[in-house]
Design a protein around this ligand. Structure first.
Ligand SMILES: C[S@@+](CC[C@H](N)C(=O)[O-])C[C@H]1O[C@@H](n2cnc3c(N)ncnc32)[C@H](O)[C@@H]1O
Length: 373
């Protein structure tokens, strides 16, 4: 990649490789890691080589310009964890890339916006909605609000100001997204603070990979770690009913909105940790959150899990083994490998794919579909 910070900035740790080389390195590494399982074929889903991240976070670095006046720039860590001033980033979406210098220039020249600013987060959609969160070490007063509102109008973006125990939403705290999945549009709202997949293009390919590799079922789907319904909503077409759970309140709110944006009525979303859900399903504990849901009404044949890096806990792993089909999306091949050791005692791996969602880093997303032996 023709990035001038390549080899200095620690966000792209595989800086000494071309796109194809870094992908080949990760593919071989995973092939070796999973060589103790019978895997029919590894599908490789590539990313764009540049401008693929639709969310990004930068720190703000304070320094002095040529005339010794205090100024600011964006910063990331270098390989020694020192701050590295940067003026652009090649892996963020083109819209974030183009906005970064304009935003900084405007903030630099405005004391109210600049003072005690220490980080900036960008969240962008492919239909060009942009949310910028400015994070401060100061209380945000009316004078800040006025200046930030001007900035919002001028740059045609949505701004949120954050400080300790303070969140100022100037217009909206979400962006709108339309994903074209298997030639059909799906509508989403991504809320600030809720989980979103960072590489939108690869995300669409992940959803399409799952849809392509499962049959339409007369039965029901159980989903854990559902976020804002990213997989749930497109997958609901393949099942009679869906029960989807997630720990984050913000994500469950988004999921409910996303359901109505797509006129979908066969999904129940519940805010519940995976561990709690196992207890509910096994009738070990009663939950008020489930008072309107009769778990016995479901006739599940498939479980879909997309856990955080820690993977599945013991009870969720044991629960998963009870389903005919397991669809497992993982952002950490180490914990996926650990979990598959247990899951393959009862299930056989039918499909396996690597999604290069985090290009130029050591990370890789995997997808595995297993059927009961
Ligand atoms: C990797 S994200 C996947 C989200 C969603 N599938 C998507 O594609 O956007 C993992 C999700 O698990 C949720 N989570 C983390 N720990 C959890 C737990 N113990 N129980 C249930 N959900 C949890 C997080 O809030 C996050 O939304």
């Amino acid at each position: 990649m023709d990035c001038k910070y390549f080899g200095k900035c620690a966000s792209c740790t595989l800086y000494d490789k071309t796109y194809e080389e870094q992908l080949e390195y990760k593919k071989q590494r995973e092939k070796n890691r999973f060589s103790d399982f019978e895997i029919p074929n590894i599908e490789i889903i590539k990313s764009e080589e540049k401008h693929f991240r639709t969310r990004a976070e930068f720190r703000i670095w304070k320094n002095f310009d040529d005339e010794n006046n205090p100024t600011i720039s964006y910063a990331m860590n270098d390989f020694n964890k020192n701050s590295l001033e940067i003026d652009s980033c090649q892996i963020v979406s083109e819209s974030i890339f183009n906005l970064m210098p304009k935003l900084l220039e405007r903030i630099k020249n405005n004391e109210e916006l600049k003072f005690k600013l220490f980080a900036v987060e960008f969240l962008n959609s492919t239909i060009d909605d942009m949310l910028v969160t400015l994070i401060y070490h100061k209380k945000l007063e009316e004078s800040w609000l006025q200046e930030a509102k001007e900035l919002e109008k001028e740059l045609n973006i949505k701004i949120i100001g954050r400080s300790r125990k303070q969140k100022e939403v100037l217009s909206e705290d979400f962006i709108n997204e339309t994903l074209i999945i298997q030639d059909k549009p799906f509508y989403f709202q991504y809320k600030e603070g809720g989980f979103t997949q960072p590489n939108t293009n690869v995300n669409v390919k992940m959803i399409e990979w799952v849809l392509r590799n499962i049959e339409k079922s007369e039965k029901d789907l159980c989903e854990l770690y559902c976020g804002g319904g990213n997989f749930t909503i497109p997958l609901s077409q393949k099942f009679n009913k869906v029960l989807a759970t997630e720990i984050s309140k913000t994500s469950i709110k988004s999921a409910l909105t996303n359901c109505s944006l797509n006129n979908i009525s066969n999904i129940d979303f519940i805010r519940m940790s995976a561990e709690e859900f196992v207890e509910a399903l096994e009738s070990k504990r009663e939950f008020r959150r489930l008072k309107d849901i009769d778990l016995k009404m479901y006739n599940f044949d498939t479980i879909f899990v997309d856990p955080p890096r820690a993977g599945l806990d013991d009870t969720t792993r044991a629960l998963s083994k009870q389903f005919e089909t397991i669809i497992y999306i993982s952002c950490n091949p180490e914990t996926l490998h650990r979990d598959l050791k247990e899951l393959t005692k009862t299930h056989k791996i039918i499909n396996y794919a690597l999604f290069d969602q985090f290009s130029y880093t050591e990370h890789i997303e995997s997808g595995v579909i297993l059927n009961k032996i």
